[in-house]
Design a binder for this molecule. Sequence first.
Ligand code: UGA
Length: 451
Amino acid sequence: MKNLGQEILMVGTGYVGLVTAVGLAELGHTVACNDIDPRRIEDLQNGIPPFLEPGVPELLRKGIDARRLSFSQNLAEAYSGQRYVCVAVQTPIGMDGKTDLSAVHTAVRGIARVVDRPTLVVIKSTVPVDVFSTLSMLPEVIESGHLTFIACPEFLAEGTAMWDFFHPRRTIVGSDNEEYSREIAGLFHGLGGSYVITDAKTAQLIKYSANTFLATRVAFINEISQICDQYSIDAHDVVTALTMDPRVGNTYLNPSIGFGGPCLPKDLAALIQCSTDRGVTTPLLSGVATQNIAHLQYRIDEMVRSLGDGRKVAVLGLSFKPDTDDVRNSFSLTIIQHLLDAGITVHAMDPHAIRAAARFLEHPELRYFDNVLAAAAGTDLQIFFTPWSQFGSLDLDRLAAVVARPNIYDCMRSISQTKAVEAGFAYHGVGQVNGGRTKPTFEVSDNPALH
Ligand code: UGA
């Protein structure tokens, strides 16, 4: 069902809320955005996004100029009778290990207080499977009587979120009312991919399953990479052959130092908690969480061995992945903290995430840089963490000339091993055969008889 050109209210302008709002505006809807952060609202009114996300600044400006995007700190002011109200606020894991729903509750209470007619409340935040039963029982919701909750989980990945919005593989909509679900699906009409209409609990579980499955893949390949290390096998060679089988699929199997960021670890913990609440034990999911932490420690131990008696380290890349300045749950910060605790001096570098990192980490032995050569100068180990594309074109001879010891630890193949060795570096790459490949080589061809 086509349902374009609608008036929509978006509560929350974080990664999910803002990208979705900007995308919906581009589709032709008029989106009024609300956020409790006054500074953020003021910036957004001036076309300044609160985070780095490719494509957002351009579409934000376009939406504002076309008067299809507006921003207000005041929910009552932002509300003008919209039938569709999206909730995209944070759902972190609280101190008690459970999903902290206070921001969702606050948003829903606020919405219940301001709306004056039947309203479809679209939950974009990732929430526990049976959350709608709790939301429906909030006193303000009961009193209002106008709200119907619809689950519409998001599958945007940071760094490619805008692209993901316009190229969804599937749009999942879940509620008790099929008609309403179709109405919501219609808001995204024309984007392609599959549309799945289901109940709310199924929709939420699909979201958790998607992220925990991705986490499982990473934990799996990282475990394989440890086995590879012991047999001097290149884990990437294993992945190349493994992913030739369509049953395995050919993405999301890059050996790393572990999965981080604000979503995968959180959603894994939340699903384990949802299961525990219902008496379901989850040895596999718990194992994934345990593996991720143990694997990080295994890789940190390797870094420390690479450092030897050195006392100064450059950590290059702070965001949890490239094309974002998000450092939440970035293992780069965990590594830095570990080194600082061991009395090591750290030069931390990132092209975009210094401000964000400095909010979490300040230390007399920690200095921030926005330039690789300046950060690497005088260091005994150069850890390439985030695979920013600019690292791939670094002049490694110049880098070798400024460091105290040419000694690279490469977490996600930012640097070519061959080029690094040619430039005189000792090179350790996660999932790679270090110290050079042993024969025979790994060769892929259509027809070996031709060779
Ligand atoms: C993830 C999902 O990919 C999105 O589909 C989902 O919508 C989003 O969470 C969310 O729930 O909001 P995101 O956390 O932005 O997106 O980033 P990913 O690209 O999935 O990376 C997560 C972590 O896994 C990173 O630390 C990354 O380095 C690591 N990873 C990923 C690997 O170690 N190996 C891989 O092969 C892939």
